[in-house]
Design a protein around this ligand. Structure first.
Ligand code: GDP
Ligand code: IMO
Ligand code: MG
Length: 433
């Protein structure tokens, strides 16, 4: 598998195993770019006994010699980002000239996090989104409002920043007090001092990352775009309103990293061999039975960022097929195939049934999606563990048939297969013999 400039993107509801895929591909790249999301992401990389959870930093930061870029489409939470940098440095990871942060990225402030939590607490029945409480929605909402968003570059003009924050904090306090049970107003001056302190710590990393990236591309460097969340959490294409607030799909790369769309030569669409979702929202193939619990336990399906148990279900080829249609993967990475070992039979949802009709495509209407009944195809399972397999030919015939089925449904070849959490528990199809 030879890859050009590549985007690694989740085709489900996040947590597909993007961190592991980036880690396994990064040796072929010089640059890794995050283009969407922020501290809501949690990308796990397991290297021997060490387990890393990356939130705002690109997973490439773990590999010496790779340039890591956080593009303008990301939301930057300075205290959390500085904490992440410190904790990695304490574990021996060098972070200096290898990290760049966009001067155009939006900043997350504590009032965003508070607003996120208060809005969730006050939501009417059925209205809770189940966010990660990282202030992501309020931050992107302020960005789009144009009035209340603050970009990284503004931190470096203290008098202007001070005046703006004073106006914004007054507005936020009034807004939160009028809507919610909010009794501890933010102190604009204290917040300004705190953020100007962060500004100095971040200064070495901040630049025009679009310009930097264009220079790297011109110099022939190979670039990997690391998606966060999943295509079904995309603000436009996902299960709105139960989505995150950025363009998490491949479409977000051009705007969130600042590159011409034609830069992307390959797309690795990452899926789990089943489905998971954390937080609220429609999940047609969700299992509320022993099989669902089994998958959660065996797959260790607990959130990397929040620790919440993930909801589990059968593979939904209608939903992932829709993501695939939009993202156009040149390759698929099917993760957690090992987690399905031991199940007698496997189901894959190939259509929905609702209101007397059969739906072959993913509907926009969320209430309808809550009503649909999956139409399943049943495939034989396999009993043997597969964590030791390193070639497709070593997989049980039923596992290979299952992968072929997913490949046909998603119209892309399965080029990578995850057979366990460890770095080497991976199969690159086509590298046989
Ligand atoms: P990401 O957000 O897409 O990077 O995914 P997360 O890191 O949030 O969740 C994926 C989880 O599955 C992590 O705990 C990984 O260590 C683990 N994982 C990744 N690939 C595999 C696999 O093929 N098999 C198993 N058993 N675990 C995997
Ligand atoms: P990675 O990059 C899984 C979900 C939240 C919630 C919804 C909105 O690790 O795959 P937000 O805090 O973004 O406003 O929450 O989106 N969510 C994720 N689910 N993986 C993620 O990231 C997620 N980031 C956000 O659980 O349902
Ligand atoms: Mg995750």
């Amino acid at each position: 598998m030879r890859l050009g400039h590549t985007c690694v993107v989740g085709l489900q509801w996040g947590d597909e195993g993007k961190g592991k895929i980036v880690d396994s591909l990064v040796e072929h790249f010089d640059v890794v770019v995050r283009y969407a999301g922020g501290a809501n992401a949690g990308h796990t990389v397991v290297i021997g006994d060490a387990r890393f959870a990356l939130h705002q930093l690109p997973s490439g930061i773990l590999r010496p010699g790779v340039a890591s870029i956080i593009g303008c489409g990301s939301a930057i939470d300075p205290p959390l980002l500085l904490g992440e940098i410190e904790s990695l440095r304490a574990r021996g990871i060098a972070i200096g000239d290898n990290l760049r942060i966009s001067d155009r990225a939006q900043l997350v402030f504590p009032y965003h996090r508070r607003q996120d939590v208060l809005a969730e607490q006050a939501a009417l029945p059925g209205g809770k989104l189940g966010t990660t409480a990282r202030g992501i929605g309020p931050c992107y909402a302020d960005k789009v409002s144009r009035r209340w968003g603050v970009r990284v570059c503004e931190l470096y003009h203290p008098p202007r920043f001070t005046a703006r924050l004073s106006e914004i904090v007054a507005h936020k306090n009034a807004y939160l007090t009028s809507l919610y049970d909010f009794r501890e107003p933010f102190d604009a001056q204290a917040l300004t001092t705190e953020y100007l302190g962060f500004a100095e710590q971040l200064r070495p990393f901040v630049c025009d990352t679009a310009l930097y990236l264009s220079e790297l591309l011109r110099a022939g460097r190979r670039v990997l775009f690391e998606g966060a969340q999943g295509s079904l959490l995309d603000i436009d294409h996902g299960t709105y309103p139960f989505v995150t607030s950025s363009n998490t799909g491949v479409g977000g790369v051009a705007s969130g990293a600042g590159v011409p769309p034609r830069t992307i030569q390959d797309v690795v669409g990452v899926v789990k061999a089943y489905s998971t979702r954390v937080g609220e929202g429609p999940f047609p193939t969700e299992l509320h039975d022993r099989i669902g619990d089994d998958i959660r336990e065996r797959g260790r399906e607990f959130g990397t960022t929040t620790g919440r148990p993930r909801r589990t279900g059968w593979f939904d080829a209608v939903a992932a097929g829709y993501s695939s249609m939009i993202s156009g993967p040149t390759h698929l990475a099917v993760m957690h195939l090992d987690t399905l070992s031991g199940l007698e039979e496997l189901r894959v949802c190939v259509a929905y049934r609702a209101r007397g009709r059969v739906l072959n495509s993913f509907p926009a209407d969320t209430p309808l999606l809550n009503e649909v009944e999956p139409v399943y195809e049943t495939l034989p399972g396999w009993t043997e563990p597969i964590g030791h397999c390193r070639q497709v030919s070593q997989l049980p015939a039923a596992a290979r048939a299952y992968l072929d089925f997913l490949s046909a449904r998603l119209s892309a070849p399965v080029s990578i297969i995850g057979v366990g959490p460890e770095r080497d528990q991976i199969i690159f199809a086509g590298r046989e013999g």
